[in-house]
Each structure stands twice: as C-alpha cells, then as structure tokens.
Design a protein around this ligand. Structure first.
Ligand SMILES: Cc1cc2nc3c(=O)[nH]c(=O)nc-3n(C[C@H](O)[C@H](O)[C@H](O)COP(=O)(O)OP(=O)(O)OC[C@H]3O[C@@H](n4cnc5c(N)ncnc54)[C@H](O)[C@@H]3O)c2cc1C
Length: 284
C-alpha cells in the first residue's frame, strides 16, 4: 500500500518530492481513470490543500495561472478578450463536473496528444514554471512537451504555474475542436490561434497550433510567417494551404484516419483564421 500526503504548503510539497518520487495529484480527472483496476500501491502527493496554487494573477506584462486553477475558474473569471481562446477551450473540456475539478496544469502535465489545453496555450506563447526544493525555472511549453505522455518534468519537480505573456497591441485568440459529437468527446483535431495586429489592423505576430495530429500539439511556423503584414479580414482563411500543415504527423486510430485528420485540420485552420480575421478586422 502506498502512502498519501496532502500538505498545506508548497514548501512541504516540494520537500516530500525531494525525499522520494511520488505521483502528483491535482484534479485527478486524468489520473483516476488511468488507475482503474491497478491497485493502490503508489505514493500520492495530493496538491489540493496548497491554496496559493489556485490563483489566476494579472502581473501586468503577463498572466500567471497557478497549478490548481481549474477550467471552470478560467471560464468564470473576467479576463481580457485576448484570452477568449482559452475560455473556449475550457468550455470544450469534458462537461461541467470535469471543468470544475480539472486543472490546466494537469492537462499539460498529462501530455496527451489530444489535450485541448495544449494548442491554445502554445498559440498564446505560454511558458511553464517548474519548481523543485532547490530550483525554479521557466521553459516554453513547446520545450516542456516531449511527446505522447512525456514531458521535461523530473521526479523531484512540480509545475507550479503557466505563464502567458500579455500582447503589446490589439490582439485576439480563438479555439475550435472537432470530435465525433458536439460535447464530452476526445478531439479528432483541435486548432488554436492568437494574432496581434498593429493600429492599421495588419498582422504583426501570429501563432497557430494544431492538436491531436502529432505526438504533441504542433505550431505551424510557415503559416505564421506568411501571415505577417496581412490585413485582417475573413480572407485570412484563404491564405492557408495544405503545405502549411506538412509539419503534422497524424495517425490512424479508433477516432479517425490520418487522412481524415489532415483534411479536417486544414478545414478547421481555414475556418478559425477566417473567424479570427473577421473579428480583428471589424471596425471598432
Ligand atoms: C469524462 C472526462 C472527459 C474529459 N474530456 C477532456 C476533453 O474534452 N479535453 C481534454 O483535453 N481533456 C479531457 N479530459 C482529461 C482531463 O480532464 C484533463 O486533461 C484535465 O485538465 C486534467 O487535469 P487534472 O487536474 O484532473 O489532472 P490530474 O489527473 O490530477 O493529473 C494529470 C497528470 O498531471 C500530473 N500533474 C498534475 N498536476 C501537476 C503538477 N502541478 N506538477 C506536476 N505534475 C502534475 C499528474 O501526476 C498526472 O500525471 C477528460 C477527462 C474525463 C474523465
């Protein structure tokens, strides 16, 4: 039988991990379904009593999302329109019961190729704050996600927060997901984008990322580069070509074939950019 710790401070949690490797528990919505039928032999570190980790903070030039912030917290907190894409992703994660418990950090640490948080956080240029008893570092999400269920995290480390930089000018983000039905479904493809414009509504920075089409969510750098300088409007969708998605490596599985995923990713990327282009191009 493994032991179970529920410390009240971050220092105590980090000390417990420094002593021996433990399975970290946040909302448990990925952990518990994966453990069904496997017994109770693991040592658990339950983070849920470390209250300061539940903070969503506006730090001026960035937002800091603590490790216990749930998807419902994101949906219900008043946030600038730039983070609309994050709210949209949250509304698509499971149902209300899951959103009330599941954390953004758990979604990222679980490192499923189909994690809906990954593409939108990549598009928002998120970085991951990693803390141990003796160190603290912040690394880009793309570097943190190593592959299917694999991350840069070491056994003595916790993810303490996700950090999202504030854009320098007018900007917006968006998210779209395709599943076998409308709700409570694992993504076949998801696409997220964040676009920053200048005062003439020309694109000065674009980030687009696709989920469920590679071992981790993938950015589309060729498309991002091509969008620079373009005027915002619905025609942004028409600029997306199949070659822009050549970095994807979808697989055939029970949910969809690789060919279907590739085709759906192209359609969704076009649709998302048309929607976001229209929004950013609209007269204010
Ligand atoms: C019915 C159902 C529907 C779902 N629907 C969706 C969906 O539509 N889209 C989607 O993306 N996901 C979905 N999920 C998966 C899950 O709900 C999300 O991935 C959720 O965000 C995970 O967060 P959690 O806090 O529950 O993670 P947990 O289960 O607590 O943890 C997940 C993993 O991350 C690790 N971990 C958690 N926090 C930390 C930390 N601070 N530091 C280090 N490691 C940590 C844990 O050790 C574990 O390996 C669904 C799950 C269920 C049961």
């Amino acid at each position: 039988m493994g032991d179970y710790l529920r410390p009240k401070t971050l220092a105590a949690a980090l000390q417990a991990l420094a002593e021996k490797p433990r399975v970290v528990l946040a909302g448990g919505t990925d952990h518990f379904p994966a453990r069904v039928g496997r017994g109770a032999d693991e040592d658990i570190l339950d983070l849920t009593a470390v209250k300061p980790l539940r903070l969503f903070e506006d730090k001026g030039d960035h937002w800091r999302i603590g490790a216990l912030v749930t998807w419902s917290d994101v949906i219900e907190t008043e946030l600038p329109p730039y983070l609309d894409g994050l709210k949209l992703a949250g509304r698509e994660i499971g149902g209300r019961q899951i959103q009330n418990t599941a954390t953004l950090v758990g979604n990222i640490c679980n490192a499923s190729p189909a994690a809906d948080g990954a593409p939108i956080l990549l598009a928002l240029d998120a970085a991951i704050e990693i803390t141990s008893a003796s160190s603290k570092e912040v690394m880009p999400l793309a570097a943190f996600l190593h592959g299917n269920r694999a991350t840069a995290l070491q056994p003595d480390q916790l993810v303490t927060a996700i950090v999202i930089p504030r854009p320098r000018g007018p900007a917006a983000s968006d998210f779209i997901k395709l599943g076998a039905r409308q709700y409570l479904v694992i993504s076949i493809v998801s696409v997220a984008a964040a676009i920053e414009v200048d005062m003439r509504k020309r694109i000065r920075k674009a980030r687009i990322a696709v989920g469920s089409c590679a071992p981790t969510a993938r950015g589309l750098p060729a498309l991002e580069a091509e969008l620079i300088g373009e005027e915002c409007g619905a025609r942004l969708g028409e600029l997306v070509e199949a070659e822009h998605l050549s970095v994807l490596s979808p697989i055939d599985d029970v949910r969809a074939s690789a060919a279907y995923r590739r085709d759906a990713a192209l359609t969704l990327t076009r649709r998302l950019l048309a929607r976001l282009g229209r929004r950013l191009g609209a007269k204010s």
